[in-house]
Design a protein. Sequence first.
Length: 117
Amino acid sequence: QVQLVESGGGLVQPGGSLRLSCVASGLTFSIYRMSWYRQAPGKERELVAAISRIGGSTNYADFVKGRFAISQDNAKNTVFLQMNSLTPEDTAVYYCNAVYGRNSNSWGQGTQVTVSS
């Protein structure tokens, strides 16, 4: 199995930036895609950004294009989410996800991001 631990959330003012990190452990050799999702109160969990383990191809939700960037350090089994130009609408719990093995999924515990003045 794969275990994920997120960090880097917090309170930030509108227009500010945060960098989230997600460290994977366990069967990391079998991971082929890592993603960030978010869930705001009363809303469904939604995909924010994803990155393929091999090749590093990325895709983003339309609402974060140009503001957020996903990246990875495979040697450290870590994926990052750089979030810039944050707005109150970005307030949510952000979850790291890994797809590995035979299409198994693993989730982190989530990290709270609050954008408020």
